[in-house]
Write a protein that binds this ligand. Sequence first.
Ligand SMILES: Nc1ncnc2c1ncn2[C@@H]1O[C@H](COP(=O)(O)OP(=O)(O)OP(=O)(O)O)[C@@H](O)[C@H]1O
Length: 575
Amino acid sequence: MSYDVPIVAPKQRFAPWLLEPMRRNKAIYLKVALAATTINLLGLVSSLFTMTVYDRVVPNNATSSLIGLSIGLGIVIIFDFILRLLRAYFVDVAGAQIDHEVGETLFAKLLAIRLDKRKGSTGSLTGIMRELETLRDFFASATITAIVDVPFIVITLALIAVIGGPVVLVPLAMVPLVVLVGVLTHPAMDRLSARSMGDGLLKQSVLVETIGSLETVKASGAGGMLANRWRKAVNQHADSSLGQRLISTIAVTTATSANTMSYAGVVIVGVGLLQANEITMGGLMACSILSGRAVAPLGQIATLLSRMTATRTAYRQINGLMDSPSEGPPGEALVPTAFQGRVELRNLSFRYPGAPEKTLEGINLKIEAGERVALIGRVGSGKSTIARLLLGLYEPEDGLVLIDGTDVRQFDTARLRALMGAALQDNILFAGTVRENICLERSGIDQEEMLRVADLAGTHRFMGQIANGYDLRLTDRGEGLSGGQRQSISLARALAGKPQILVFDEPTSAMDAQTEATLIERLQGELQGRTVILITHRPSLLRLVDRVLVVEGGRIAADGPREDVMQRMAKGKAA
Ligand SMILES: Nc1ncnc2c1ncn2[C@@H]1O[C@H](COP(=O)(O)OP(=O)(O)OP(=O)(O)O)[C@@H](O)[C@H]1O
């Protein structure tokens, strides 16, 4: 098994989808930086307090000075407390903003993604979307404040040098040690992080596929095969995560040990200086506190580096998705208000991505406005593919799909599909009420229209027998209803809003003969004057159309008035 989502190579430029929201939140980041700077300054003040107490108050028994100093320190502590709360709050706000803005852009991209350019399975895409959390966690974590804390290492070291002179050499020696370990482990971290994410996506793919088709998995006995895939994916992920965590722990633990060594080293060197009267007792205490403050952010650097690696990997994944081509024209899209309903396929050829053979080849076809045609033909002949191209779900390899004389690629895709009613083969419904599934929050589709189309599609008949009726809540993909009921709702969904062009792909495949007959009766009037492209294997449905096209091996093999084509086919069979 291999990853079906390649780990995307790093991009030079910081992508606008992340940069822009961060720019807009500049004020919040400035507040975080200001709070973090003040917290660092207050930290320095408290070490100076210790020095003053040891050097001035203790030897002179100056109780009144101590009270004054204590009040001062109390104020410092209160300030520090408030600033820390504010800092955490601002960081959270920044994270929520990133989540909100980037999340929205990312979802819009997901909806606009070109199906032929889609990389990876549903699970992998879900995994990539989930990586937004990693990005958010980075920008919403206290780690980000380490960026401010790091320059304070220099200031703190300078202060140690002023107070303790050569003592500063001890924490100074720790800097290259921690940085070196960080630098040395970084390439491995980078590699393992990318691997771990790829393995995570693989795990996600197996999971999503299994959960999404649990009933089939059980009924067909596919559990064993999927369990094997899951086991492999989990082991692979566990291995890469383990390596990643081990290396990260080495870096972080080195920083912790450096902190302890620094503290002990300052005390040892400081005692020598104390005996030589080159440092005061207070100075030594202040230096040991300050050395901790100087080395601690180094630990944060290690954490920051490891988080940065994970964040960068997530960023690359999301950026790969954001960089993939979107549907619609590159320039300004046409936004039609209505269609007359003329449809033309001109010299149309199409090949699915990666497929060796063309699925459609040299198709020429004109359908006048208001004409009703059926596409019939063998399994796999290319009928549904024609429907997909009409809806602009895929782009032709060659030739044109024209609606009212305009290439469909020039239309705004959302508008194009809003003006066409489509009920495709899979009849997938969404989690939510039946009402929501018919109306889909589309403007102009109110309760009256919903009831009208529900009546036409036969939904109304069984809605009356179901508790809650149109407010019946369906689970994912419309589970909770029978196949025929789901099909009826998909049909109502397509008919809602009286679109001028209708595309039906086997609209009655899950219905019994009587339900189908009633439906045909009702649709006769409804479809008058509208362009209809009906794909079917059922001869009974042909009553709805005037013209029949036979698709064979991706080409139009016959085309003519219904009766003519049917007679020709009957003769062909008889011959
Ligand atoms: N998403 C896809 N990726 C690659 N190939 C595909 C895809 N969908 C369909 N095909 C291939 O394209 C060919 C035509 O499929 P299409 O779904 O258009 O057939 P159809 O005539 O609608 O068949 P049916 O009557 O079974 O619905 C088939 O050989 C199929 O293998």
